[in-house]
Design a protein around this ligand. Structure first.
Ligand SMILES: Nc1ncnc2c1ncn2[C@@H]1O[C@H](COP(=O)(O)OP(=O)(O)OP(=O)(O)O)[C@@H](O)[C@H]1O
Ligand SMILES: [Mg+2]
Length: 499
């Protein structure tokens, strides 16, 4: 391919391609050598022969001919000996003990030439050997071994010869690799409508109508919905992204990371317009996986990664956090998620995209004094208890995840879904109070999120039940006094005050 590549590169103008081209070399001599010497499909081992082409080495060809044509060569020799001696009964034969021999019946004994050496006498015939036949024998028997060793030696010789050009060949390979990468990026850019990003140093990442380069290619029935990004240190450093399952949160976040990476390696990007500041690293915490062998559960893996990110991220980093805190109980997870965002906001100052189903976290942006945390959600429409995904990222928070509807799409059994809906309704009725409390607690006290006191509700239920059962209208004053006394005793017991 080298002559083709060199020819194709004749008219390049860009510095990077010129630099690639000017060190390219054809290696005609090596190509020619390999072409003449090595067969097109050699075997896997250099110790089994079958590597060197016919016509490359005279000695090798001789041995090959011997090994392949031994039969016909024997016939030729037999024919010519018969003619030379005039013995019509002359035969060449072979046995394991004596090897090759010339056999002459006694009737022809007087015509046997002097250089025939007697080897064996039979009842009706004599067997001889000649110098020529001896040579032939050694050649045939050793031929196969010889072939393998000659091929090996030639191969090693050629390899050593090529080795002398090793550094140049490696250099050419590197140039070809760079041309390959550049050409591939250019082809993708042209084929899939990428644009040239503007490289900035203001720390911002601004993308108009950005697309995920792979997801947009994989979609068959739907069109990919492009989305904007506007990360700026002063006004939008942390994007808290909420929205239903399957809405496109993860896709969007990775899209931003990929476009940043693509811009930084010198590629065009799938967008209508982009201006991107290079980042020092892209940190991601995505998906659920464990590493049991090295002693890490799913949650440990997740937390370890978060720990690394918080430790090493700088204001010039880009952080992608996809549902941090979901591997543990809701309150623990939500508390960790909130604390992580607060830490990034106060200490790290990296551009961050944070997707979450903890809708309570949207109040972080609402109460953020720095003005750097912003809420975004992925738009959906609800129609007859079904969700329609619009895939549009917009400002503001979401308050529903539509998890059950999405699970339905995945084909969970109907009875499971019905039961889930009932449970959800019950939980929503009970739960709204406690989650509001949790959010309130977080606002009042940055450092610690207060857990609702479970024991309180137990206390309420027992005493409250008794009070509720008293029929006040029929109670005499004495009974009322006694009842009050009993209730007070019980209340004291329950809160641990002895009489
Ligand atoms: N902008 C888009 N245009 C078209 N299709 C999209 C777009 N974004 C995502 N999708 C499709 O939606 C699917 C789900 O997206 P994604 O995994 O990003 O959702 P999610 O909001 O992260 O959901 P979950 O909360 O369940 O993790 C993708 O596999 C993709 O096929
Ligand atoms: Mg996701």
């Amino acid at each position: 391919m080298l002559p083709y590549i060199i020819n194709t590169m004749r008219n390049v103008k860009t510095d990077i391609l010129l630099a690639c081209r000017d060190g390219l070399n054809n290696y005609d001599e090596i190509v020619d050598l390999i072409d003449r010497a090595i067969v097109d499909n050699p075997g896997n081992s250099i110790h089994d022969g079958g590597i060197i082409k016919v016509g490359y080495d005279v000695e090798l060809d001789d041995y090959r001919r011997i090994s392949q044509d031994s039969k016909s060569m024997l016939q030729e020799m037999e024919e010519s000996e018969r003619n030379k001696t005039g013995i019509r009964s002359l035969k060449i034969g072979y046995n394991k003990v004596f090897g090759y021999y010339i056999e002459v019946r006694h009737s022809g004994a007087d015509k046997v030439p002097a250089h025939y050496v007697r080897k064996q006498t039979l009842a009706g015939a004599e067997r001889y050997i000649t110098e020529q036949l001896k040579e032939f024998e050694t050649k045939i028997l050793g031929a196969q071994e010889k072939i393998i060793s000659i091929e090996y030696n030639i191969f090693v010789e050629i390899r050593n010869h090529i080795k002398e050009h090793l550094t140049q060949i490696q250099d050419t390979a590197r140039r070809i690799a760079l041309i390959d990468v550049t050409a591939s990026l250019a082809e993708a850019a042209a084929t899939y409508n990428y644009v040239r990003p503007e490289i900035r140093t203001n720390g911002g990442i601004e993308i108009k109508d950005g697309r995920h380069p792979l997801v947009e290619r994989m979609l068959t029935s739907d069109l990919f919905v492009p989305n904007d990004t506007n990360l700026k240190h002063k006004t939008c450093e942390i994007m808290v992204i909420t929205g239903p399952n399957m809405a496109g949160k993860s896709t969007y976040m990775r899209q931003v990371a990929m476009l940043t990476l693509m811009a930084q390696i010198g590629s065009f990007v799938p967008a209508r317009e982009a201006s991107i500041s290079p980042v020092d690293r892209i940190f991601t915490r995505i998906g659920a996986s464990d590493d049991l062998v090295s002693g890490q559960s799913t949650f440990m893996v997740e937390m370890n990664e978060v720990a690394q990110i918080l430790k090493y991220a700088t204001p010039n980093s880009l952080i992608i956090l996809d549902e941090v805190g979901r591997g543990t109980s809701t309150f623990d997870g939500m508390s960790i998620a909130r604390a992580v965002i607060e830490y990034i906001n106060k200490k790290v100052h990296a551009k961050t995209l944070f997707a979450t189903h903890y809708h309570e976290l949207t109040d972080l942006a609402d109460n953020d004094k720095s003005g750097k945390i912003k809420n975004f959600c992925v738009a959906v429409k609800e129609r007859d208890n079904e969700v329609v995904f619009l895939r549009r990222i917009k400002s503001g928070g979401a308050d529903k995840s539509y998890g059950i509807q999405v699970a339905k799409l995945a084909g969970l059994p109907k009875s499971v879904m019905r039961r889930a809906e009932t449970i959800l309704k019950e939980l929503e009725a009970q739960g709204s109070a406690s989650s509001t409390k949790l959010a309130a607690a977080a606002q009042n006290n940055d450092a610690a999120v207060q857990m609702p006191q479970q024991s309180q509700s137990l206390f309420h239920s027992q005493l409250a039940e008794q009070i509720a059962n008293i029929d006040v209208t029929t109670l005499t004053p004495i009974e009322a006094l006694n009842t009050l006394y009993k209730l007070q005793n019980q209340a004291r017991k329950e809160i641990g005050i002895s009489e």
